[in-house]
Ligand binder design. Structure first.
Ligand SMILES: Nc1ncnc2c1ncn2[C@@H]1O[C@H](COP(=O)(O)OP(=O)(O)OP(=O)(O)O)[C@@H](O)[C@H]1O
Ligand SMILES: [Mg+2]
Length: 251
């Protein structure tokens, strides 16, 4: 593994973010004045009940959706004023995505899937980086295989490697272990953890799972579109206690 200087600064940020879905009688305030920083070299878990705004926060922070009010930033770039074209380029060049469904291309090999974002961007791959990444993913002997020949956990590790291939400023993951058994989930979370520790990556992960949140440096808790709590160095047990306390508070 190549050792890299840990990148400093804020990789992504939303400030006073408001998102209202729908119009007229069907309006839903999915984000209600949320301000949060996602620093480089930090693994952040976003938690909260179903419908609390986790995916909305991630999508708006990543420029996949627009805010109703407030601002979203990737590094020093504010997303709101960007044209669609510039936003597409920024997403391609500076953000990595991992979704619940692995979203690999079935007809491409493991290696081709990993380099796909670079190929789309017409960027020359950094060979040493790719080799290091393949080593970390632990699929060096499977590079010529198709996704259908891999287990779920292996497929998601390929998806994480793909997200990291272009050295993005930040990786956003929406329930990356939602479709995995606990062992495969642990492999994927361990990989995200290493990308933070060894590459200075910023990782933002939405999850329902206290065990998954236990891999993060910080857990943020959303309820009804508001940031209601945050926990440094979360453990699965503490996160579970906090979730239960919220449930009691709501009922
Ligand atoms: N495109 C949309 N149109 C209308 N309402 C939406 C839309 N997307 C989300 N919402 C609403 O906004 C609120 C927040 O949704 P969001 O998907 O961010 O929640 P979540 O915390 O990710 O939930 P889950 O854990 O179930 O994935 C919910 O009330 C949801 O119904
Ligand atoms: Mg969601």
């Amino acid at each position: 593994m190549t050792t890299l200087d840990v990148v400093r600064g804020t990789a992504a940020r939303v400030a006073d973010a408001v998102k209202v879905h729908g119009v007229g009688g069907t309006e839903v305030r999915a984000l209600d004045h949320v301000t949060v920083d996602f620093p480089a070299g930090r693994f952040t878990a976003i938690m909260g009940p179903s419908g609390s705004g986790k995916s909305t926060l991630m999508h708006c922070a990543a420029g996949l959706d627009t805010l109703t009010a407030g601002s979203a930033w990737i590094g020093d770039t504010e997303l709101g004023p960007l044209s669609d074209r510039k936003l597409t380029l920024l997403r391609r060049e500076r953000i990595g995505f991992v979704f619940q469904a692995f979203n690999l291309v079935p007809t491409l090999t493991v290696r081709e899937n990993i380099t796909l974002p670079l190929d789309l961007a017409g960027a020359a791959p950094d060979r040493a980086w790719l080799e290091a990444l393949i080593d970390v993913v632990g699929l060096g002997d499977r590079l010529g295989h198709r996704p259908s020949e891999l287990s779920g956990g292996q497929q998601q590790r390929v998806a994480v490697a793909r997200a990291l291939a272009g050295r993005p400023q930040v990786v956003f993951a929406d329930e990356p272990t939602g479709n995995l058994d606990s062992q495969s989930g642990g492999e994927v979370l361990g990989l995200l953890r290493r990308s933070v520790d060894e590459m200075g990556q910023a990782v933002v992960m939405v999850t329902h799972d206290p065990t998954a949140a236990g891999w993060a440096d910080e857990a943020l808790f959303l309820a009804d579109g508001r940031l209601v709590d945050r926990m440094e160095r979360p453990s699965a047990g503490l996160v579970l206690d906090r979730m239960k306390a919220f449930e009691r508070g709501r009922s």
